[in-house]
Design a protein around this ligand. Sequence first.
Ligand code: MTE
Length: 325
Amino acid sequence: MLIKRKRGWELPESQATPESIFLERRRLAKALAAGPLLLGAAALVGGRVGEAAAAEADPSAGLYPVKQNMRYRLDRPLTDEKLATTYNNYYEFGSSKNIWRGAQDLPIRPWSVSIGGLVEEPFEIGIDELLAKMPLEERLYRLRCVEAWSMAVPWSGFALAELVKLARPLASGKYLKMVTLEDYDVMPGQRAGWYPWPYVEGLTVAEASNELAFIATGLYGKPIPKQNGAPLRLAVPWKYGFKSIKSIVAFEFTEERPVSFWEDIQSREYGFWANVNPEVPHPRWSQASEQVLGTDEKVPTQLYNGYGEFVADLYAGMAEEKLYM
Ligand code: MTE
């Protein structure tokens, strides 16, 4: 049975430390198994060896870069690639922002995705077959984390609406539930029993079919790095970043609203909708402004993170719902 500890976003660094020590030990053990040559090289250039090997191993590398869709424009410069790929939230690999090295252990091939629940016929599809079927494009989107920081990044991938079409949901399928990989061997954070793993998120089918909802398979013109949610993750820029679930293995259409990971942990602070709204504070901090990562700038946060023209209609007549948490 899971023992859940009701905590918010920031866990003290002391809790992250044992995980990073564990990871270091694990890497060392692997390097030792690979022989003294590799260990020597890794010692010389730090994490670079693993990084380069990971990039070479991704069979989708030849698909990128893809053409940018100019419909989605930014009001600010892109975040530096190095920052966007080394400052991450991916609790499966630990609760600090510095998980990118540990995330290199994530195996991204073979990788298949199951599409099921209330659909005409459930099926499983390999990531490379899925990539071959989908119209890939690049989109520049803002990302607003519930922790009041933001980035602006160039995702590559495909409209989630295309996957909904491929899935052929029944009319009774009102919600789309998405699930992250569960693998205690490679995801040390999942050994923390108080979290309700696996990470789960959900959208209404109307939201999933909205033109902005995007499945990212690439970043900065390359396959998406593991720490950012390889081989496929959600990007829903009008919602707080925690909705954008990483490393998805299942899409399931349901009649009932799914309970998402953070909602399960603390429903007083994190809900199903999680639409960005500067006027609705988090119970423990203001959401009025955001720190633009990589700059000294704090800028006002915008309703729906500035994407109201695309999504506001989705929420017409829903005043009784908690749309902004
Ligand atoms: N998905 C999974 N599976 N696990 C996570 O911990 N963190 C979320 C989201 N998706 C998270 C996740 C949060 S809180 C944010 S802000 C974004 O991923 C961060 O995405 P990035 O690291 O690519 O910037």
